[in-house]
Design a binder for this molecule. Sequence first.
Ligand SMILES: Nc1ncnc2c1ncn2[C@@H]1O[C@H](COP(=O)(O)OP(=O)(O)OP(=O)(O)O)[C@@H](O)[C@H]1O
Ligand SMILES: [Mg+2]
Length: 184
Amino acid sequence: MRELALNILDIAENSLSAGAKLVQVRVEADFAADTMRISVRDDGRGMSAEMLARVTDPFTTTRTTRKVGMGIPLFKYSAESAGGSFHIESEEGVGTYVYAEYRIGHVDRMPLGDFGGVALQLVTMNPQTDFCIVARADEAEGVLDTREIKEILGEDIPLSAPEVRAFLKEYIQENLMDIFGGRL
Ligand SMILES: Nc1ncnc2c1ncn2[C@@H]1O[C@H](COP(=O)(O)OP(=O)(O)OP(=O)(O)O)[C@@H](O)[C@H]1O
Ligand SMILES: [Mg+2]
């Protein structure tokens, strides 16, 4: 079974391909309302309105200019097949915002999966890009902002340094366990 975390990785990789300097990822759950929301915002090159219309629906357009991508359609499908909704905004030269909402208890909602592993991979393997990753459930919130971590570490120590990576891995896992407690 696919995991939502892998969808998130696909969408964040689009942001990286678009040359984003900052990628903001949010996973928020409201258990009382049985709703979870995932969003990815970037400041990359963005898309034209025509491009935007095509990427969300690869099956209904005749396309010859490029290969059919599946990242966005699969993410859209993951939400719409789980009682939720999907939304994307993009502006050339400004950036892109991708949003998906799910019914947590819907039978066809995919599990979040290894979101911590995806977060760790993104922040340690893309030194040129900053990430602000937020996890929230009801009143509990955890934030991983590479701009803050880089400020503390200074210029000489990369986030991929083994000690830093080990610290981040534990920090992310502990936070996600506190916040979501394996409920997603
Ligand atoms: N954040 C973004 N910023 C700018 N362009 C984007 C962004 N996300 C998607 N696109 C454009 O939309 C296209 C479709 O994205 P999608 O993820 O669906 O497929 P893909 O990345 O081309 O292929 P795949 O994800 O299957 O490897 C991308 O090729 C890119 O041109
Ligand atoms: Mg993609």
